[in-house]
Design a protein around this ligand. Sequence first.
Ligand code: FES
Ligand code: FES
Length: 178
Amino acid sequence: MSDDDGNVWVRLSVNGDTYDVVVPLQKTLLEVLREDLGLTGTKHGCELGECGTCGVLVDDTFVLSCLTLPIDIQGREITTVEGLAQRGRMHPLQEAFAELGAAQCGYCTPGFLMASKGLLDENPTPTRSEIVDALSGNLCRCTGYLKIFEAVELAAQRMAPVSEGSVQEEVARGEARV
Ligand code: FES
Ligand code: FES
């Protein structure tokens, strides 16, 4: 229900915090995140669903916040790029992007990180073609994409569970022979 001015009350869960906002019914999630919640890591791009830079996760699924109305996702968990780092430590995807030069001007990076996290949450060991496919809705004018794909592969390797008897497990237990 909207008030006489066309505003609606919405309760949003973002990065584990709860926010109550009163906003115009047609105000997009992108605008609410940036203007009402101060979460400016999510970027304005085309606002037409074509560039991916506004991407966030809603219940672990990558969505374009420029095409999403807050009232439609009440009660669901929203994760933005600000929610990636945990306990002061960057997410492995953020570390890999920084190490490999997968972010240059960085404007597209939040969208790529969130699309990549959505992919790895669902498929922890994606092939190169699965990575390319998952990121096909995100545009970057700087990197040529190769470094981004390599960074996702590096993060996936680092996040892979350590299997019993593997070299990684021996290293973790201090038993590896060098
Ligand atoms: S700003 Fe949302 S897809 Fe471009
Ligand atoms: S790093 Fe500049 S647009 Fe992607």
